[in-house]
Ligand binder design. Structure first.
Ligand SMILES: Nc1ncnc2c1ncn2[C@@H]1O[C@H](COP(=O)(O)OP(=O)(O)OP(=O)(O)O)[C@@H](O)[C@H]1O
Ligand SMILES: [Mg+2]
Length: 352
């Protein structure tokens, strides 16, 4: 005879993929009905249309089905009552209320540049994907509130985050990576006409009201330059490290030093420099063409006393996959993806 307690114990091994805690702790178990070798379990979801339903169903079936004597498992879904949701939200807030404690054990990497359009967002997204694939828990936060692009680059522009209440938002999950961008909150063609204080309060919510869970790494995609957003990020997250993206072109290289110097003034460490669009390699003859010049990034890295961590070529597949919302770093055996994986490995080595 199968006991209800055995079923509950089995369900302790199933985690909610969005919150990262087990279903029993989260009070998500509804009715459990046992008839002979058939067990029917009701799971109470935070939102009825939870995108992770299928995964949860499979996990519950596997966990309960592994109990001795169980031959059939049925999973029914219900929705939490508003009171249950409030209780869950309150329990998730515990321990993360203190802002100073929020990212205490997380390696925060802010990806910035002096000039716009050098490929920061492309790098931030591919680096986050590569870090996740290297086996560290990673999140990506799009701090480019007005010029957001991370949601499109990850192909999640149509996904909306689950909000348990106004102060408890769950990030979107894609290939194990946690992500949130303004593009997940508004329509892609909606213009945001916001002044700095409003942008700052959105950033505050992204930092402290989003339940990022147990992250090892948080990659932050900054807007270009030394404006209010990079300043806010550096002030709010004093342990963040700057990853400076530049192109070899002297104009881009020179202005990137400004951001490096800003970080210095703010006591923010610069992790290193990444040169993007370094060269174009002819697919037929293998010859490298240095379209934007050569040598500037080494000089910047030396001036800032940091390492030039990567030189990423101008590559059609990188651009095509970005546009398609399938970051190239997902294709582990693609030569163009190897640049991001090597960078991720270097960073993990440097920071662990
Ligand atoms: N290595 C690369 N090879 C080919 N195309 C690239 C590469 N890196 C970036 N791009 C392309 O360059 C364009 C600009 O890239 P991206 O949006 O990442 O720049 P950004 O620095 O984030 O821009 P912004 O300053 O507007 O935020 C995009 O079309 C992107 O696909
Ligand atoms: Mg960008």
């Amino acid at each position: 005879m199968i006991q209800k307690e055995q079923v509950i114990d089995a369900l302790r091994k199933v985690t909610d993929p969005e919150i990262g805690k087990d279903l029993v702790t989260l009070n998500m178990i509804g009715d459990i009905a046992i008839e002979g070798s058939h067990v029917a379990v009701t799971i109470k979801l935070t939102v009825a249309g939870c995108p992770m339903k299928k995964t949860m169903e499979q996990d519950v079936k596997r966990a309960v089905g592994s109990l001795e004597g169980v031959e059939q498992v049925t999973v029914n879904f219900g929705e939490m009552t508003p009171e249950e949701k409030n209780r869950l939200a309150a329990s998730l807030k515990q321990g993360s209320q203190n802002k100073a404690e929020a990212f205490k054990d997380v390696n925060v990497i802010a990806v910035g540049s002096g000039k716009g359009g050098v490929g920061k967002s492309t790098l931030a997204v591919n680096l986050a994907v590569a870090l996740q694939q290297e086996g560290v828990n990673t999140g990506i936060l799009d701090a480019d509130i007005l010029g957001f692009s991370v949601s499109t680059l990850l192909g999640i522009q149509d996904k909306r985050p689950v909000a348990l209440d106004s102060q408890t938002i769950l990030p979107i999950q894609v290939n194990g990576l946690k992500a949130l961008s303004m593009g997940n909150l508004i329509k892609s063609d909606q213009a945001l006409i916001w002044r700095a204080p409003v942008i700052r309060s959105v950033l505050d919510q992204f930092f402290y009201n989003v339940r990022w869970g147990d992250l090892d790494y948080l990659v932050i995609d900054l807007p270009p330059g030394t404006g209010d957003v990079p300043l806010t990020v550096m002030q709010q997250l004093p342990k963040a490290q700057l990853l400076l993206v530049t192109t070899p072109q002297s104009a881009a290289a020179k202005v990137s030093v400004r951001l490096g110097n800003m970080a210095k003034q703010m006591n923010i460490k610069t992790l290193g420099v990444v040169e993007n669009m370094s060269y174009f390699q002819c697919p037929e003859c293998e010859r490298k063409y240095y379209i934007f010049g050569k040598g500037q990034s080494e000089k910047i890295a030396a001036d800032l006393n940091v390492e030039l961590l990567a030189q990423i070529p101008l590559n059609i597949e990188i651009r095509e996959n970005s546009d398609a919302g399938t970051p190239i770093a997902l294709q582990q055996d693609n030569p163009a993806a190897s640049h991001y994986h090597e960078l991720a490995q270097k960073i993990i080595k440097q920071l662990s």
